[in-house]
Ligand binder design. Sequence first.
Ligand code: SAM
Length: 357
Amino acid sequence: MTSLLDKAAGAPRALTHRELAEVLTWPDTEALYAAAYAVKCREIGRRVSFRGLIEFGNACCKDCYYCGIRKSNGKVRRYRMDADEIVREAEWAHKAGYGSVVLQSGELTGEANASFVEDVLKRIHGFGGDEFGVTISLGEQPEETYRRWREAGAHRYLLRIETSNPQLYAKLHPADHSWERRRDCLRALRRCGYQVGSGVMSGLPGQTADDLASDIEFFASEDLDMIGMGPYIPHADTPLGKDAPWTPELRRERLELGLRMIAATRLYLHDVNIAAATALQALADDGRERGLLAGANVIMPNVTETRYRSDYQLYAGKPCLNENSGLCRGCLERRVGAIGETILWNRRGDSPHWGKR
Ligand code: SAM
């Protein structure tokens, strides 16, 4: 039995589709996580990179059926920080030694948005220079906009494909949302010279182990540098979440599935950056540490000012709503230290896979 985990650990992309599905459903979770963690330690070391996450706005032109900040959710109080606030939070992260930030918001398009972001990026690059990592996660944009933002100082981009199965994607989104357009955006980002990250949600209604194995193969075929994925968690004010059952048992299963995806992705891709998503922490207090022990190597502590945090709720039970950035930093440092991992302070923490290009 164990030989399949050994085979996966021995070389990247060594498994067939069927074998990958078998690894994903491996009965002994501890053996699965341990095999993935060993690959992570070999490829990356017992090290974690931190990215300060700034959720700078929740206005969104998209209407994804699962997402709490979807355009049609009238209960959300919409906000957008001004440029000074965003830059201040990025400076805080820089001084805190995080080495990089992630700027994320709902999806907005148009020239005003493009130049607003461009200005913010130039200001962050002004104090952080090339040594400070800047990841952005701002949805689908024209290639020209991606290029402008790259030239203004962003060098990593996260755009989850959500699921590699176009039929499942169509069930989770309105008809004017296009799986192919999203995939093409990933390719445009590559052409613009970004380190490209994508990912999926696990535990979506109708999703199978076969789909999840295909998701990981999609990460490989798109030659991604970074993977950011997490369990799907229902939000009561969304079409998909409003009647969804949500029991302690389901939460446990969803957490396990999230960890299984991290482990199988590490075992298949070996040298990419993999984030232990905040959604894991929404399911268990120690969810992110468990993500690290299943093969992840990146954590994104929230550095958004406390007063905005409750307005950026993608799913139920978002953690750390009432904490400030300083508390989050101290708490994480303790937690990561307790599992014997070293934090890469003041380092960009680029994907080793990208470094080998
Ligand atoms: N607008 C950008 C985009 O579309 O990539 C970034 C923000 S978007 C809210 C970030 C991610 O949140 C999505 O890609 C999706 O995977 C995740 N998300 C949304 N609703 C979720 C839910 N109910 N459970 C778990 N993750 C969710």
